[in-house]
Design a binder for this molecule. Structure first.
Ligand SMILES: O=P(O)(O)OC[C@H]1O[C@H](O)[C@H](O)[C@@H](O)[C@@H]1O
Length: 520
């Protein structure tokens, strides 16, 4: 089983969409709402504790039907089956893509089960204090050292599930910036801190540099023999971890069939299990699995990731939208966008198709955003009155966690009101002058979830994972490699040699040469 290799622009549906776009590109959503009282009901999906309203989009039934035709012609069903079957759909790296297998409790690989049991026992001990530091004190602080997929996921989840957090403080050291490392260490007590080094490859320059610096700092007052009480690691490269000096009982495996940006469901989530307890970590995984099943089993027209992906393709490839915005109305989700940026942009930032040909159409969207209501007072002006069409996802929760009704009502009112303002603008209204005109007709999706729980959070993240996969399938690209990151890494190595040796004789570019010389 492999991924189909269909050029989307050669499908019948693509030609149909081009023609259809010309017919409806200037139509106003407002008039569709007025003409069709069932629009909101028809263009929404209720699933588990999710209500997804996609009616405020510049689509009609014909658009949807053509988009579904395109998905069929692109072989989306076959692609979904190929992914879940464990086929090597990451062909350029010769790997399967099975992050979904990490959360499939009914059908779990023995090595995954075993690792989950190890995560449970380790995190239980750290939380209940039976895991002792070298001097016999319980752990108070857990520090995750990793970058990219080995940092963004756990950091985002720990922040999102703060409400469920126990007494442990969690910290994240990611950037190779030494100031970041030293700032993070400033308040930590060596005797009560546990460091988890997370790196799929265990070759990442930033993580290894940071891990070495932290170990030297640790050894300023502690002994080599104490390391095993304070350092754990998560990696596929078990030899390199042992070489670093971490004892085997503190090593957690991960596997090549889990991409870094999809790895929070593996032992990469160890800091999450420590922060919120294993039960909540498992609930997160179960929530993701529920979304996996929805994605795998639901017809395209009721399938949340599929519908959201196709609508996004519609704006990207027909309206020419370059970016999309994500605005969660929950301060807990303030790291969600950074996390999704890696997932979405590292996956779909590709310009060669699955046949090895340079694409003739747009692929990966630029994803950006921040939490509401803060974003309203920052960049919303541009979405409302700027010249660009920026489809926006509004994510909100029906119930808050602390039950502050007054705040919650205002938070939701702002969220819903923004989608309406973007839809209506001042169209048909009398305004004093042209500066006060809001064009409106700006597309939004609203994802209303009952409550922020580990389970609903798991479902939400899995929703975006599947959405990006569907887009990659349609664009005929390989979403699961990331060759583009490699060149910069190579050049950084050469440049480091120049900086360290204070010599630019091997630096060819004049601008880089001057920059290096100015830094001495
Ligand atoms: O987990 P590591 O092997 O240290 O990799 C960390 C990160 O490295 C690179 O930047 C990759 O592009 C990312 O996908 C990965 O998450």
């Amino acid at each position: 089983m492999s991924l189909p290799k269909t050029d989307p622009t050669k499908t019948k549906a693509w030609s149909g969409l081009l023609e259809h776009f010309e017919q409806i590109k200037s139509e106003r959503m407002q008039s569709w709402f007025e003409a069709d009282p069932d629009r909101a009901e028809r263009m929404s999906i209720t699933w588990a504790d999710f209500y997804v309203d996609y009616s405020k989009n510049r689509i009609n039934d014909k658009t949807l039907s053509l988009l579904f035709d395109m998905a069929n012609e692109a072989g989306l069903k076959q692609a979904i089956d190929a992914q879940f079957s464990g086929a090597e759909i990451n062909e350029t790296e010769g790997r399967a893509v099975l992050h979904t297998a990490l959360r499939d409790f009914g059908n779990m690989k023995p090595e995954v089960k075993e690792t989950l049991a190890k995560i449970k026992s380790f995190s239980d001990k750290v939380i209940n204090g039976s895991w002792k530091g070298a001097s016999g004190k319980p752990i108070t602080d857990v520090v995750n050292i990793g970058i990219g997929g080995s940092d963004l996921g756990p950091d985002m989840i720990c922040e999102a599930l703060k409400y469920y957090q126990n007494h442990l403080n969690v910290h994240f050291i990611s950037n190779v910036d030494g100031d970041h490392v030293m700032e993070s260490l400033k308040t930590l007590d060596r005797e009560t801190t546990l460091f988890i080094i997370v790196s799929k490859t265990f070759t990442t320059q930033e993580t290894l540099t940071n891990a070495n610096t932290v170990r030297s700092w640790f050894l300023e007052t502690m002994n080599e023999a104490d390391v095993k009480h304070h350092f754990a690691a998560v990696s596929t490269n078990l030899d390199a971890v042992s070489e670093f000096g971490i004892s085997s009982e503190n090593i957690f495996p991960m596997w090549n069939w889990v991409g870094g940006r999809f790895s929070l469901w593996s032992a990469v989530g160890l800091s999450v299990a420590c922060a919120v307890g294993y039960k909540n970590f498992e609930d997160l995984l179960r929530g993701a699995h529920n979304m996996d099943r929805h994605f795998q089993e639901t017809d395209f027209n009721g399938n949340i990731p599929v519908v959201l992906a196709l609508i996004s393709v519609w704006y990207n490839n027909f309206f020419g939208s370059e970016s999309e915005c994500i605005v969660p109305y929950s301060q807990y989700l303030n790291k969600l966008v950074a996390y999704l940026q890696q997932g979405i942009m590292e996956s779909n930032g590709k310009s060669v198709d699955r046949n090895g040909e340079v694409v003739s159409y747009q692929t990966g969207t630029i994803v950006w955003g921040s939490t509401g209501t803060n974003a309203q007072h920052a960049f919303f002006q541009l979405i409302h009155q700027g010249t660009k069409l920026i489809p926006t996802d509004f994510i909100c929760f029906a119930h808050s966690l602390f039950g502050k009704t007054d705040h919650q009502n205002k938070l939701l009112a702002n969220c819903f009101a923004q989608t309406e303002a973007l839809l209506q603008g001042t169209y048909g209204m009398e305004v004093e002058n042209s500066f006060k005109i809001f064009e409106g007709n700006k597309p939004t999706n609203t994802i209303l979830i009952q409550k922020l729980t580990p389970q609903s959070l798991g479902s939400l993240i899995a929703m975006y994972e599947h959405k990006l996969f569907v887009q990659g399938v349609i664009w005929n690209i390989y979403s699961y490699d990331q060759w583009g990151v490699e060149l910069g890494k190579k050049l950084a190595k050469n440049t480091l040699d120049a900086i360290e040796n204070k010599s630019t004789s091997n630096t060819t570019n004049a601008s880089t040469k001057r920059l290096i010389n100015k830094s001495f």
